[in-house]
Design a protein around this ligand. Structure first.
Ligand SMILES: CC(C)(COP(=O)(O)OP(=O)(O)OC[C@H]1O[C@@H](n2cnc3c(N)ncnc32)[C@H](O)[C@@H]1OP(=O)(O)O)[C@@H](O)C(=O)NCCC(=O)NCCS
Length: 202
């Protein structure tokens, strides 16, 4: 990974080289602080120590020196598809490319596992658009409602946006036919073909 230098006014400059690696159990304390700080602001789902311990192998973490600056998880839903979960970058490291590098690390991991696509539910679709994700109908995405959504305080009035990045277009099309992509990238270049909906609608 590259070097992060804070752009946030008043933030702590991140001078140490930033590295990413798979998380270990010893990262959990710092990850809880980061993720639950954002959960208190209502922008992420809260996580417990048990959640993180149970799913620790999903996580990649980014460090500047001995300071956790970001984390993100790749959570499998099917042999074809996984979710980007619990993506968080420390406030003073925002805008320095940590989020991008974490998502790209998950994409690389997804390729190694032979997945066809990644999805996320998010309040920051603009960030995901920069990473080649497109907005999709949430009905395209698997089983999510029966897991995280059931314990979400916004269950009855969910306003998160579903986004999807196809990483293996041919395999994706073979499994799913038309993808149902609703809107494309906001300005950047899509790195997968925009597929047609079933029934021919664009
Ligand atoms: C969203 C978040 C992960 C972005 O991380 P980041 O490290 O600041 O993002 P990066 O610096 O890697 O930015 C990558 C690209 O996305 C853009 N971007 C970053 N945040 C954005 C936002 N909120 N809206 C639109 N675009 C955004 C950047 O300008 C950059 O574009 P470029 O490479 O074309 O110049 C971070 O702001 C965060 O942790 N937010 C709070 C928690 C959260 O909302 N998590 C997402 C849960 S799904």
């Amino acid at each position: 990974m590259g070097t992060g230098v804070s752009r946030e006014p008043g933030g702590v400059a991140l001078e140490a080289a930033e590295v990413s690696r798979k998380a270990t159990l010893s990262d959990i304390g710092a990850m809880l602080e980061l993720v639950n700080g954002y959960a208190e602001q209502g922008v992420m789902l809260p996580r417990t120590e048990f959640d993180l311990s149970e799913n620790i192998r999903d996580f990649t973490v980014a460090y500047a020196g001995d300071r956790l600056v970001g984390c993100a998880a790749l959570h499998f839903y099917s042999p074809q598809m996984a979710e980007v979960r619990s993506l968080a970058v420390r406030a003073e490291a925002k805008g320095t490319g940590v989020g991008r590098r974490l998502v790209e690390a998950l994409v690389e991991e997804a390729r190694e596992f032979g997945l066809d696509a990644l999805f996320a539910f998010t309040y920051v679709p603009g960030f995901f658009a920069r990473l080649g994700f497109a907005e999709v109908e949430r009905g395209l995405l698997p089983l999510k409602a029966w897991k995280d959504c059931m314990r979400c305080p916004k269950f009855a009035s969910c306003d998160e946006i579903a986004v999807l990045r196809v990483i293996e277009p041919e395999r994706w099309e073979a499994h799913h036919g038309a993808a149902g992509l609703k809107r494309g990238d906001e300005g950047g270049e899509l790195i997968f073909p925009v597929l047609k909906r079933r029934g021919g609608e664009g």
